[in-house]
Ligand binder design. Structure first.
Ligand SMILES: [Zn+2]
Length: 144
């Protein structure tokens, strides 16, 4: 491995750890996911899974199922940029779980060029869609 690649891997590991810490903000009980968007070595946005602003901080219904209006961490991070003066074009997203197909669509349209994730999911359609859009997809084992 070249020095630059090694440096990038170390950076990727650190950001993915930060995303994992950020996931702890989620009040969802079934699953906690965190996402960071980095551009030019700056964190320009962050997100974790949860209900929209102004809604009760409860993700699951009385049967323990996730409410249909819960936003994924990636969607929260991307929509936070929509309310800011930043642009996600050419940015990198760090997310603690493999993106689903709905989030993959948002990531593509947000102009994000690289996605680093740390937890594999049985469905790979989100990852496949990202790859089809020529987005670099990197898996990092959080326990390594
Ligand atoms: Zn998603």
């Amino acid at each position: 491995m070249e020095a630059n690649e090694k440096k990038q891997l170390e950076l990727d590991k650190r950001y993915i750890r930060m995303a994992a810490i950020w996931a702890e903000n989620s009040y969802c009980t079934r699953r906690q996911v965190g996402a960071l968007i980095i551009k030019d070595k700056m964190i320009i946005s962050d997100g974790y899974n949860g209900t929209p602003s102004g809604f009760e901080n409860v993700c699951e219904d009385e049967n323990g199922l996730t409410k249909p209006y819960v936003l994924h961490a990636e969607a929260n991070a991307i929509t936070k940029i929509a309310r800011s003066n930043n642009s996600s074009a050419e940015a990198t997203m760090y997310v603690t779980a493999s993106p689903c197909i709905e989030c993959a669509k948002l990531i593509i349209q947000a102009g994000i060029k690289r996605v680093v994730y740390s937890e594999k999911y049985r469905l790979e359609d989100g990852l496949n869609l990202l790859k089809r859009a020529n987005i670099e997809v990197v898996y990092i084992d959080p326990n390594e």
